[in-house]
Design a protein around this ligand. Structure first.
Ligand SMILES: [Zn+2]
Length: 288
């Protein structure tokens, strides 16, 4: 196995004749981005309120929109947010959505020790096992920070997929001797932070036109249908959950949700599909 690169899944195809898959992944970071950067929340009330907009104002609207279109999305919760706001976590579970690991307080693991990284992962897993009685299947990297040991660590602790790397636009596999870990790719082109991210502390912002952002994402969606890829935008409730953007998401779903070409699903379902294909290819290999 290449240390930096996942491999194609043999005879990869989407189920039921679909040409592509679409998966809405929401990162419910709330104030953990501020905490992880060392900001003292007590003295950053405006920034904290902007972050909390995603939890208190936007999340219920997002859940209603998903219900309207019968979309089962994924919600990545830093464990700290899950502990502080269990009702928000459970509101996602109650609507049938998937929960993904996303650090304890959104730690970037790019430059920390292996022991510290493992401690963060285990503490996060234990929070979800306590709150929802199960271990999430997937992990997505806070601040897109990873190191060469991260994939091995996720696999060792029973995860089925990662959702952080950008080398491919279909799912691929890290094929360990004792089982696979699937890579369900992201792209920063499909991330709302690149369009609307705000840093109130420095005044830095990228207030893109909402229509331009959705035009870009729809171009990518249509391109991925043509190439048979995975459309997996990374959205934050405090950004795409705002009224103007949510209206555009509503239009996108109205146009594409019923497409016979697109499998609207979530990370857990995609990873299980990959596991079936991968297992079949292993059995085929043994028989041949
Ligand atoms: Zn995040």
């Amino acid at each position: 196995m290449h240390p930096l690169s996942s491999e194609p899944i043999k005879d990869f195809h989407w189920p039921n004749g679909f040409q592509a898959a679409a998966w809405l992944s929401w990162h419910v970071d709330v104030e953990t981005g501020l905490l992880a950067s060392g900001t003292k929340i007590d003295s950053a009330l405006v920034s904290a309120s902007e972050a909390r907009y995603g939890l208190t104002t936007a999340l219920p609207r997002i859940l209603d929109l998903c219900r309207e279109y019968d979309v089962k999305a994924s919600f990545a919760f830093p464990a700290y947010v899950a502990e502080k706001s269990p009702d928000a976590l459970l509101s996602c579970i109650d609507r049938g959505h998937e929960i993904i690991l996303h650090g304890y307080i959104h730690e970037n693991v790019q430059n920390i020790s292996a022991a510290e990284e493992e401690d963060i992962l285990l503490r996060s897993i234990s929070v979800f096992e306590r709150l929802i009685g199960t271990r999430p299947l997937g992990w997505t990297a806070p601040s897109w920070g990873m190191n060469t040991g991260t994939i091995n660590l996720l696999h060792r602790h029973g995860l089925l997929y990662d959702n952080s790397l950008m080398e491919h636009d279909t799912p691929t596999v890290f094929d360990f001797a004792d089982g696979p870990l699937f890579e369900l790719p992201i792209s920063t082109i499909l991330e709302d932070w690149q369009q609307f991210g705000i840093d109130l502390a420095t005044g830095g912002s990228r207030m893109a036109s909402i229509k331009n952002a959705f035009s870009l994402w729809i171009d990518e969606l249509e391109g991925l249908v043509e190439y048979g890829g995975l459309f997996s935008p990374t959205f934050h409730p405090n950004l795409v959950g705002r009224p103007g953007a949510l209206r555009e998401l509503d239009k996108l779903l109205a146009k594409y949700r019923e497409s016979s070409h697109i499998w609207w699903t979530n990370g857990a379902e995609i990873a299980k599909h990959c596991l079936n294909l991968h297992s079949e290819s292993k059995i085929g290999k043994e028989l041949s």
